[in-house]
Design a protein around this ligand. Sequence first.
Ligand code: ACO
Length: 329
Amino acid sequence: MSIQTSQGAQFARIMSVGGSRGSRVVDNAEMCTMIDSSDEWIQQRTGIKERRWAADGEDAITLGTAAARTAIERAGLQPADIDAVLVSTVSHFMQTPSMAAIIADKLGMPEPAAIDLSAACAGFCYGVGMADSMVRAGSATHVLVLGVEVLSKYTDFTDRSTAFLFGDGAGAVVIGPSDVPAIGPTLWGSDPTQHEVITIDDWREERPHGEGPFIHMEGRQVFKWATTFIAGKAREALDSAGIPPEELDVFIPHQANNRITDSMLRHLKLPASVVVARDIVGMGNSSAASVPLAMEALLDSGDATSGQTALMIGFGAGLVYAGQTVLLP
Ligand code: ACO
């Protein structure tokens, strides 16, 4: 007697995307009342003009629930149709229960698999890779993948090297069966030797005035890694999907820094016709939420359209990375 195994759809696709942004707009002028910096420096070094923070009454759960609700509606599904919820976050305040279980409850999902992933700014692309495998292996038919962050709550406003970077928001996609190939191979990995380059403080440490835990980053080191090693990985994610650069329509890198995006573009030698996500300008770096939020913005504005090919790549604390070429929902 042998054990039966599950068998899923031949292909998976991103069926829909939804986003939710913190409603408090913090421009560089306001930021410079908190840190010793200037609008000119922040724009030149990152491209950021303003960032979105969770306002009073908003948090990771409200933002994540709103983004998920939109994605499920746009997929033409009900919450009960979702078999698994994968939430990528590094800003959940509780070790357990998972944010995935809390959001599933808010949406009235009866009994989905629910799990959080900690892969920082690469987390959304990690989730897409896992959901793609789940749908094709038959362990789920519809998977909700969310990137949710409220890093403003983990920001040390005495640290001018990080305080201006982060934004709060959530982006969600539903991944389900497809008749045609629509998610290319996920290219993922890590450099574990650099695990101390981006950190959030140990929760057990005592801090003055109950502040923190705070995020810390060796910005230059991440910048160098992203513009050398990660650019090559983005190219592999394109090549492994069999899409020549001249057939790529859209490039959605993690929204960490426009200079990193520019450097990747030079490395990838993409044609000028490729639409490039620049969502960081009005959003800041929203870590796991940045790729789906940028995707939603391009589709909503009409700069990108459903069915186009898009190369996504995320990278961040770990250090970890993940990317894939997909058809846009
Ligand atoms: N305003 C003005 N000057 C500043 C500021 C500021 N806010 N911050 C630093 N400076 C100064 C520094 O003191 C330094 O001065 P010096 O040359 O006299 O020593 C100078 O500006 C340059 O500092 P750098 O740290 O080299 O600035 P850089 O150009 O590297 O930009 C940044 C900093 C934007 C953080 C960049 O390094 C970066 O984007 N890194 C990558 C971030 C990233 O991708 N993170 C991954 C995801 S995050 C996650 O996983 C949660």
